[in-house]
Design a binder for this molecule. Sequence first.
Ligand code: FAD
Length: 279
Amino acid sequence: MSALKLPISLEFFPPKTPEGAEKLRVVRQTLYGLKPEFCSVTYGAGGSTQEGTFATVGAILSEGVAAASHFSCIGATKASVRAELATLKAMGVKRLVALRGDLPSGYGAGGEFHYASDLVAFIRAETGDDFHIEVAAYPEIHPQAKSPEADLQAFATKVKAGANSAITQYFYNSDAYFRFVDDAYKLGVDVPIVPGIMPITSSSQLLRFSDACGAEIPRWIRLRLQGYGDDIESIKAFGLEVVSDLCEQLINGGVPAIHFYTMNQSAATLSVLSALKSR
Ligand code: FAD
C-alpha cells in the first residue's frame, strides 16, 4: 500500500534505446519507494514493441515488483496470442491489460480479434484464472464509439467476458469518471474501475496526444497551458495544482486505487503524491 493509503499502480512504455532503458531503470528505482501494487508496460499494436514490452516487464519482475504486460490484439491471430500468453506465463507474469489496440497507419486491420472483449474471452478460455485481466475504460467516451450508450455497453460486455478490473483513459473532469462508474455499475459491472491519471508536465505534447485518444482537456486548462507558452516552470506548477485537485476529488469520492501514466518520468508523479500528502 502506498503512503496515500490507497493502492497505486504505475505505467511505463518500453524504451527504444539502451540509454532509455538505463534512464527508466533509475526512474523505476525512485518510484518503487511508492510501493506500487504493480507496474504496467504498454505494448505497441501490430507487435511493434512486443520485444521491448516483454524485456521491460522482465526487468520489473527481476526487481521483485509485480508487473502487468499490456497486450493488444488488433492484427493478431489466435496462434500468435496463444504463443505470447505462454511466454508471459513462463516469465511469471500474472497480470495483463487486455486491449484491442490501434494499428499504426499503413497497416491493414486483418487478424482474428475485433474487440478487446474477444481477447478477454480468449485469454480466459485458454488460460483459466492464470492471469488477472485489466481492461481499458473511457469516462469521456472512446473516439470511435457509435454512441455513449454503445460504448458503455461495450465496456460492460468486455468486463463480463472475464475482466477483473479496469483502468480508465486519463481525464481532467472527475464528474465524467463518477458518472461513468455509476452507469457501468447500473449495467451490472462489479469490478473496480481505477482512474488513470496523467500528470501535466508539458503543454503541446498533452494537447496533441489528447485529441486522438478520447481524453478531453477542458477549455480553461487548455487556454491556461497555451498562455504559459514555453514557461515550463509555470506549466508544471499549474499542472501540479490541477492534477492534485483532481486526485483529491477522486479520493474523496472513494476511488479504489489510482493508476499513474508516468511517461517514464518520476518527478511529476512524486510531486502529485507529495502534494496530496501535505493537504
Ligand atoms: P475495445 O474495448 O475493443 O473498444 C474499441 C472500440 O470499439 C470502442 O469504440 C468501443 O465502443 C467499440 N466496441 C467494442 N466492442 C464492440 C462491439 N461488440 N460492437 C461494436 N463496437 C464495439 N494502446 C496500445 O496500442 N497499447 C497499449 O499498451 C495501450 N494501453 C492502454 C491502456 C489504457 C489504460 C487505456 C485506457 C488505453 C490503452 N491503449 C493502448 C489504447 C487503446 O488500445 C485504444 O484506445 C484502442 O482504440 C481501443 O482499445 P480498447 O481495448 O479500449 O478497445
